[in-house]
Write a protein that binds this ligand. Structure first.
Ligand SMILES: NC(=O)c1ccc[n+]([C@@H]2O[C@H](COP(=O)([O-])OP(=O)(O)OC[C@H]3O[C@@H](n4cnc5c(N)ncnc54)[C@H](O)[C@@H]3O)[C@@H](O)[C@H]2O)c1
Ligand SMILES: N[C@@H](CCO)C(=O)O
Ligand code: NA
Length: 815
């Protein structure tokens, strides 16, 4: 046989009841011999409580009672053929009359005892089970309503009665001997004491009824049908990626439930646990889903842990003082005291020096705990051997749970790495002696972020989400969005990476969407729903959202963002940037940024600062990390100027070629930065610094390709006008090169820590002679690459290649 228990939401509405009938019928037809336990219809127990309390206060209860009646009658009208309805109405009406009489009595006495409350509540289960058994009779004539109060015997602890196991076992067995061939509908939650007075079984009572019947009747399984897909790896309201666990051990289920997963109430499982009967959590609204099996062993699984649970509100009390050293009875006294006063201690840690004990309690118990301690340890406190403890609030507990943990090294390392990386401060740690859980206490404001970060860390093979905040939606930004959008599915399928662009800003507007902005329509959305942009506010908002795996992308050419980088790192947010300003400012800033990122365990990636998507920064970094030393760097690193000299031939005018470079998206937003050499200088500065030289911009010997008048132009328009005016100057350059059979190159050099950039006329023997388009080329001469340098060459400007480089940096964050 099998026990099928349905909770309140499953018996809540006509629709859900149809699902219940289907599930029961299927099991019955499959000869699984189901025994059904139903809760009261959802909300009914609460309503009955309310009515009883109202009555005791002399308030009217008739309206509430009427609504109760209506809900049940509606079900009968909808689900039972008219010809069968009358006797059912009559019986239900009898129940409601009894409730009314009871409420009258309470109203008259103005007193509500636990005993009468239990009696009133029992009608919830009795009505639902009677009604559903009658509906079922239409399909399974052997259906039978069972009032469990005749079989489940308890003591007289009304409200939370304890089971009389022996008597209950006898009665349930005899029930089954006479009626085991029928389809029984058994009221959950209720029993009766030795005098036959109705009692209730307390929290999770209907699950308990199911477990009692299941264990006495040796059920093959106890199925708990609810409205979720079994037990999940974490609270799905906070962790969107939480998924259902196929198998859990009893212990794991208890640990997970203890810390919050509210699917079952652990004590109710004990009868099943003792008899090793599997409990299966299933979803009434998704009956084809197999749910979670809770069984004796933890099952074969590749998962390092089973789940992450949490308690969002906890208070921590720390006890310290010299009086505790070497006093073996101390913690015994403390915890006996708390247990005696029924203060539930959620978690305990003790420092190895025995100087302090930290423990966590529910916030509602914290004050009382302190008062009790002050009385119990009055002498110690007076003698200054114990410091009067204080309460710390606004804390949460997060726990990772799993039996395999003790067999798998590195679990706590992974936990703390995930927390540390995301800047989550751990206030206290406890590893259950069972080693089935490791718990940490953290700030309440960090809980959602921590749950997500830890979930990613342990179930990373399943999926990693990056939360992106992008400023700059111009040439590069817009192209990046296009690439992210077109690669979204590929990344998810092949690399298990999901990228959500949560914040977008340009210089006009900014927009946030924690679910991720729709990248097919970001521009319209930004226009329509965006607010006026404000970088400081943008960053504040990014910090306040406190999302895990957070990345700030700077796709602007503005000077302003760099002033926030340090602060962003301090908030444990990684930065990817194609903007060169931050790295090419003062050396001091360059250094501070690296140190800060490093200290906070976040990434600072800027591959596109040099040579767009070409792997230049990365190559240099690898050389340096592996202990090589840079002897010399020679490079062409302005894509714009490279393009210009590759196309400034024959009839083309200099002015036209510059315009083309701008149209092709090679130039900086302000092309004077390219032609004046500033952009190239920034790149050389960054390379020199990455090669270990603390160079400043003033130290660079910067030659120019422009005549002085162009350099002085005060606006872009004026600059273009100057270019046209100086046509002869450029034509002369062109002619000189052609006469000498040479090409013009603007070449940067780093040697012995000195950086220079100069225009050169080179012949076909020069390695930089053959370039085309916007090609960059860089040759690294190092101690290892001495005979022949290491050369990287390819397109070094353009929106596609640059955005692709930003993209590559992004997916490497946290890798
Ligand atoms: N074009 C290339 O080949 C290439 C290659 C490597 C790196 N880069 C770098 O890419 C960056 C962007 O270049 P682009 O061509 O896309 O420029 P762009 O002018 O097309 O776009 C710049 C964007 O930044 C926004 N912006 C400016 N200040 C802002 C602020 N304070 N807050 C928010 N948004 C702001 C603008 O509104 C605009 O959306 C530059 O730093 C450039 O050096 C470009
Ligand atoms: N404007 C830059 C883009 C690449 O950083 C160039 O022309 O090289
Ligand atoms: Na690069």
């Amino acid at each position: 046989m099998k026990v099928l228990k349905f909770g309140g939401t499953s018996v809540g509405t006509v629709e859900s009841l149809k699902a219940v009938l289907g599930i029961v019928k299927k099991s019955y037809d499959a000869k699984e011999k189901p025994l059904v336990v139903l809760s009261a219809m959802s909300g009914v127990t609460n309503l009955l409580t309310q009515l009883a309390e109202d009555a005791a206060e002399g308030k009217s209860f008739s309206e509430g009672l009427k609504s109760l009646e209506d809900r049940h009658f509606t079900v009968v009208k909808e689900l039972l053929a008219v010809k069968y309805q009358n006797p059912v109405f009559t019986k239900l009406k009898l129940f409601f009359n009894e409730i009314e009489d009871l409420l009258q009595g309470i109203f008259a006495l103005k007193e509500l005892s636990y005993q009468s409350k239990d009696l009133i509540l029992s009608y919830g289960e009795r009505c639902s089970n009677y009604m559903v058994s009658k509906v079922m009779e239409q399909y399974v004539p052997e259906s039978l309503f069972v009032d469990a109060s005749h079989y489940v015997k308890t003591d007289s602890n009304f409200g939370n009665a304890h089971l009389n196991e022996t008597l209950t076992e006898q009665l349930v067995k005899s029930l089954y001997i006479s009626h085991g061939d029928k389809l029984l509908f058994v009221t959950g939650f209720i029993g009766s004491n030795e005098n036959g007075r109705i009692t209730t079984l307390g929290r999770g009572g209907s699950d308990y009824t199911a477990a009692i019947f299941g264990s006495i009747l040796d059920a093959a399984a106890i199925e708990i049908w609810t409205d979720v897909n079994g037990m999940l790896t974490a609270d799905p309201r906070i962790v969107k990626k939480a998924f259902s666990l196929p198998v859990l051990s009893y212990t794991e289920a208890m640990e997970l439930s203890y810390f919050g997963a509210k699917v079952i109430y652990p004590p109710t499982m004990i009868p099943a646990f003792l008899k090793k009967i599997p409990i299966v959590i299933r979803n009434t609204f998704e009956p084809d889903f197999s749910g979670t099996v809770i069984q004796f062993d933890s099952g074969k699984t590749a998962l390092p842990i089973k789940g992450i649970s949490s308690i969002s509100d906890i208070s921590v009390i720390n006890l310290s003082g010299s009086g505790m050293i070497g006093k073996s009875g101390f913690s015994g006294r403390l915890f006996t005291l708390l247990a005696r006063e029924q203060i539930n201690v959620v978690l305990i840690t003790q420092s190895s020096s025995e100087h302090s004990i930290t423990f966590a309690v529910n916030p509602s118990d914290a004050k009382r705990a302190i008062q009790l301690i002050e009385v119990e340890f009055e002498l110690e406190i007076q003698a200054n051997k114990l410091i009067v403890p204080a309460i710390e609030d606004n804390l949460s507990v997060l726990a990772i749970v799993g039996e395999n943990m003790k067999k798998t090294p590195g679990m706590s390392g992974r936990l703390f790495a995930a927390l540390g990386r995301n800047g989550i401060n751990v206030r206290a740690i406890a590893q259950g002696s069972s080693e089935y859980n490791i718990s940490v206490i953290i700030g309440k404001e960090d809980l959602a972020k921590a749950l997500n970060a830890v979930h990613d860390a342990f179930f990373a093979e399943l999926k990693k989400t990056l939360h992106v905040f992008n400023i700059g939606t111009g040439n590069i930004g817009a192209t990046l969005f296009k690439q992210l959008e077109s690669q979204h599915d590929f990344l998810l399928d092949k690399n298990d990476i999901e990228i959500k662009v949560v914040g977008i800003s340009n210089s006009r507007k900014m927009l946030f969407n924690t679910e991720g902005v729709d990248l097919t329509n970001w521009s319209n959305e930004l226009d329509k729903n965006g607010t006026e942009s404000d970088l400081a506010l943008f960053i504040d908002r990014m910090k306040a959202l406190n999302l895990p795996n957070c990345v700030f992308i700077d796709n602007t050419a503005s000077k302003l963002p760099a002033t926030y980088y340090e602060d962003i790192f301090k908030s444990n947010i990684s930065i990817v940037t194609c903007n060169k300003i931050a790295n090419s400012g003062k050396y001091e800033q360059y250094k501070t940024l690296r140190d800060t990122a490093h200290r906070h365990g976040v990434d600072f990636f800027y591959e596109t600062n040099v040579g767009a998507g070409l792997p230049i920064v990365r190559v240099l970094k690898d050389l340096m990390l592996s202990g090589d030393r840079i002897v010399k760097i020679e490079a062409i690193l302005s894509g714009t100027i490279s393009y210009i000299f590759n196309n400034f031939k024959a009839d083309a005018s200099f002015y036209d070629v510059v315009k083309q470079a701008q149209e092709l998206g090679y130039t900086e937003p302000d092309p004077r930065d390219d032609l004046g050499g500033i952009d190239f200088m920034r790149k050389m500065l960054i390379l020199a610094r990455d090669a270990g030289y603390p160079v400043e911009a003033e130290d660079v010997d910067l030659g120019s390709i422009l005549p002085p008048a162009c350099l002085k132009a005060e606006s872009v328009d004026a600059f273009y006008a100057e270019l046209q005016r100086e046509n002869d100057y450029f034509e002369a350059m062109k002619k000189k090169a052609e006469d000498e059979n040479k090409v013009i190159r603007y070449i940067g050099k780093l040697e012995s820590g000195k950086v220079s950039i100069a225009i050169q006329f080179v012949d076909e023997n020069h390695p930089f002679y053959a370039l085309s388009g916007s090609d960059n080329i860089i040759s690294f001469t190092t101690e290892r690459y001495k005979e022949r340098p290491l050369v990287v060459k390819g397109p070094g400007a353009g929106a596609e290649v640059t955005a692709a480089g930003v993209f590559a940096d992004l997916v490497n964050v946290g890798a």
